[in-house]
Design a protein around this ligand. Structure first.
Ligand SMILES: C=C(O[C@@H]1C=C(C(=O)O)C=C[C@H]1O)C(=O)O
Ligand SMILES: [Mg+2]
Length: 442
């Protein structure tokens, strides 16, 4: 018996026992399992979608899932699905997925603007070990069909295999916008009359790397995450030849009951070569006017949006977050939400934050729609886990779209008074440096 065969056999037996009962609502059948490397397991599954999620705390559980019990393509549908299941007593499910940056513009092929799924098969690894779960529901479908689908999902599971190493690639790079176009866009935003209308616009770049041989997105994510332990780690794949992966450092929010944690993460400098240089750069970053303004735009908007939703809001001091290639300024925000505030309301209100859009929001988005020529798709959107009891969502930056013959890397920079095109271009490069190094292009 392999590390998968026994747990699958146990779940099948539990499923057969379930047939005799009269199950209602949502049911999760779980059993311990020996699988250690979740991404390696995900890489060999044949069912889509495949999804991976880990929050940025070092002890956060890791989730890998395949297939769907139900997929929701709007926040309204997600909200009513949660509401329907909450009518049945017992456990409530976790939903996973994300949203595009701007639903009013064309997105990526095969990526809905909004997509959250209740997974069919879920592997969850935490400090106590790994659990394999089979999810089912009986409130909105034919019982026999649901049992048959669940059986088929177990039958389709493949045992894990080690991921292949990343081989050196020959990649051709193309930036959109080009360096010259970028300089023109930055100059436009920093014109005094434009700054009066939009004090901050986050401009972005798509770096397209082409090659005849593209590595598995899961192998890429596995190597990427090894150097990004203190970041969120995510991946979603709807079809065999395209996936969205990333290791974002930024939290949109985490909600536990009515306690909300959010943050303003904005203001950047590339890392130094020594700890002493990093220390000096950190002091300079915290006192820098341009970077301070980038951060202030984010927290001011978050505070004003959270104000009507909360009893109480607290914000911490500005501090430095040290990542592998960059330093950022961050301020943590905590709020006690009014009891009726839902994830739907939070997700309809907070994104896109000025960390990825700008201020004022609508004018900044209008500028981006007019001047950016690439499709952001799910880059700078939202990605994470939602449940009745708690939710955790990342701002989907430091991400890549992995296609059949290309890897598209995305990076943005907050353009404000004092931004200079060359320095902001270097900032974009420092934000993709981790993945570029992995690809042998560092
Ligand atoms: C937009 C991105 O990052 C945002 C922009 C930052 C900046 O300009 O200093 C820093 C962190 C994020 O707020 C990105 O990484 O793509
Ligand atoms: Mg910046």
């Amino acid at each position: 018996m392999t590390e998968l065969a026994t747990p699958v056999a146990i779940l099948k037996q539990r499923l057969d026992e379930l047939c005799i009962e009269q199950p209602q609502g949502f049911i999760r059948l779980s059993t311990p399992c020996q699988i250690e490397h979740l991404i390696g397991w995900l890489n060999v599954q044949s069912v889509f979608p495949r999804l991976y999620w880990k929050a940025r705390e070092l002890d956060a559980p890791e989730y890998a899932m395949v297939g769907v019990v139900k997929a929701l393509d709007s926040l309204a549908a997600l909200h009513s699905d949660q509401y329907a299941l909450a009518a049945h007593p017992g456990e409530q499910p976790d939903y996973f997925g994300g949203m595009a940056f701007d639903p009013t513009t064309p997105g990526w092929a095969n990526f809905n603007h909004c997509y959250f799924l209740l997974p069919r098969i879920e592997l969850k690894r935490c400090e106590q070990g790994t659990m394999l779960s089979l999810n089912l529901r009986f409130d909105d479908r034919d019982r026999e069909q649901e049992l048959a689908d669940a059986h088929a999902a177990l039958d389709a599971l493949n045992p894990p295999r080690p991921l292949s190493p990343l081989l050196p690639l020959s990649l051709e790079r193309n930036d959109c916008p080009s360096r010259e176009e970028w300089a023109a866009q930055v100059s436009r935003v920093t014109q005094p009359d434009q700054l009066c209308r939009t004090p901050k616009v986050v401009l972005s770049r798509e770096t397209c790397l082409r090659s005849a041989e593209i590595p598995s997105p899961w192998a890429l994510l596995s190597h990427w995450q090894a150097g990004a332990a203190d970041c969120f780690q995510l991946g979603i794949q709807f079809t065999p030849h395209e996936a969205f992966i990333g290791c974002p450092p930024e939290r949109l929010y985490r909600r536990k009951g009515s306690h909300l944690a959010s943050e303003a993460l904005a203001g950047t400098t590339p890392r130094g070569r020594t700890a002493q240089q990093d220390g000096e750069l950190a002091i300079r970053l915290l006192s820098d006017t341009k970077n301070g303004l980038e951060n202030r735009c984010v927290y001011q908007q978050l505070l004003s949006q959270l104000e009507p939703l909360s009893h109480r809001i607290d914000m911490g001091e500005a501090h430095i977050v040290t990542l592998r290639s960059v330093l950022h300024i961050r301020r943590l925000i905590h709020a006690k939400l009014h009891p009726e505030v839902s994830d739907r309301q939070l997700l309809e209100t907070l994104p896109p934050t000025p960390a990825v859009g700008g201020v004022p929001r609508q004018a900044a988005l209008a500028f981006i729609r007019q001047h950016e020529h690439h499709r952001r798709g799910w880059y700078a959107g939202v990605f994470g886990r939602i449940s009745h009891a708690s939710s955790d969502l990342a701002v989907a930056i430091r991400c890549a779209h992995v296609g059949k013959d290309s890897i598209r890397l995305y990076a943005g920079a907050g353009i404000v008074k004092g931004s200079e095109p060359d320095a902001e271009w270097r900032e974009l490069d420092s934000k993709i440096a981790d993945i570029m190094t992995l690809l042998g292009m560092g």
